[in-house]
Ligand binder design. Structure first.
Ligand SMILES: [Zn+2]
Length: 401
């Protein structure tokens, strides 16, 4: 299933020793040089490795430990359980989380976190992904100190940004980051030449904070003596735009509460969207206007969010949920899982399809004998994954079932 073209029955892929794809096509047409190691997959679909555009892998192991229904209470619970975990434990959790993604068919992740554990783990495991480091500070007067400390941390983490590992900048969210801190973080990202990922337009209280300073976040800001962010009502997306955050290197995560003007802003700045349909339902009982994003031509990938939100993370299940919102065909959904995610992360020149010249990021999903392989992959979900290869290297194998 090359994704760049229709599925090929009895297809074959030839790789070079460096893990790049040399040829893809029907088995009879793909060269088979002597001394080439061969592997035969039966009753399986082979497709590009999946691209998970939103994870929080440092939270691996916390599933079931934050069951609060109200979003801010849930975040406060996560802050509390994170405070009790050591640096070593975060690193181990991140490694476990990356291996779990591999076992679910994901070869590239786009992660957001505050500990730095995920970029260290990506580097340690020779994995592929971006790790966006979070910065917080809701009081405008905190912005300078916060960005100075943040820049020191970025410099410390940058040594892990080698091979297929990239660093990014993530000002957390409009309810934990002031306008000046957004602007400073965007400047740091540009100065370092790294992408940004932002949780934006997610809970209704985020919109209320910026619209008329009401709701749970406005109460929290008042409690902490933080001034009202803006006297002029503004939407979360427009608020980011006003502070220089939106660009072609900005990944907007969730984006549930966005109207036509917000979409036009994301379009004008060529932003990408990470769509996490099951997390959106779980926390907010709401769906993002994802059809509108697609109509506007925004680059869009799928994300699982953390296992504390939806357990277990299953990107293929996210694609099924997205199908219900978008009217995607099975082939469209498979494209979103692979090439769509790669486009959203700006790595489509490297991965996201099976074609000569790209790295051999591949996943094999057991589908049985079928005339509708894309639908069969979607129906199988993560439980159907029998093999995952990252740049030709096997990183997950189920040998017998
Ligand atoms: Zn998130």
């Amino acid at each position: 299933m090359p994704v760049v073209g229709p599925a090929i029955r009895d297809g074959a892929v030839l790789l070079d020793a460096a893990g790049r794809i040399i040829a893809v096509g029907p088995d009879a047409t793909v060269p088979s040089p002597p001394q080439t190691a061969r592997e035969h997959l039966t009753d399986a679909a082979l497709l590009p490795g999946l691209i998970n555009t939103h994870t929080h892998l440092e939270l691996t192991g916390f599933a079931g430990q934050a069951e609060e229904g109200e979003f801010w209470a849930w975040i406060k619970r996560i802050i509390a359980i994170k405070a009790a975990r050591s640096e070593e434990a975060f690193f181990e959790a991140a490694c476990t989380g990356i291996r779990d993604q591999w076992s679910a068919g994901v070869t590239t992740v786009c992660d957001t976190g505050s500990t730095g554990a995920v970029i260290a783990a990506l580097d340690h495991l020779g994995a592929s992904g971006f790790a966006h480091h979070e910065v917080f500070g809701m009081h405008p007067e905190m912005a300078d100190a916060a960005i100075r400390a943040f820049t020191v941390e970025l410099d410390r983490l940058a040594r892990h940004a080698t091979g297929r590992v990239g660093l990014g900048v993530s000002p957390h969210a409009a309810y934990t980051v002031s306008g000046p801190l957004y602007r400073a973080a965007a400047n740091v990202a540009r100065a370092h030449g790294v992408p940004m990922a932002v949780h934006v337009a997610e809970p209704p209280a985020e919109s209320a904070l910026l619209r008329d300073f009401t709701g749970v976040f406005a109460e929290m800001w008042t409690e902490h003596g933080v001034p009202r962010p803006t006297e002029t009502p503004v939407t979360p997306v427009a608020w980011l735009e006003q502070h220089g955050v939106l660009s072609e290197r900005t990944l907007c995560v969730h984006v549930i509460d966005a109207g036509a003007e917000d979409i036009a802003l994301m379009q004008r700045h060529h932003c990408a969207v990470a769509h996490c349909p099951r997390s959106n339902r779980r926390h907010h009982g709401a769906d993002a206007p994802v059809r509108d994003y697609l109509e506007a031509g925004l680059r869009l990938g799928l994300g699982t969010d953390s296992e504390v939100s939806v357990d277990p993370p299953d990107l293929i299940a996210e694609a099924r949920a997205a199908q219900a919102l978008t009217g995607w065909s099975a082939a469209d959904a498979v494209r979103a899982l692979t090439l769509g995610g790669a486009e959203a992360l700006g790595v489509a020149h490297v991965t996201g399809t099976l074609e000569a010249g790209k790295v051999a990021d591949m996943v094999a999903v057991r589908v049985g004998e079928t005339d509708a392989p894309e639908a069969a992959v979607l129906a199988a979900g993560r439980g159907g994954v029998i093999g995952t290869w990252l740049g030709g290297r096997p990183v997950h194998r189920v040998t017998s079932r």
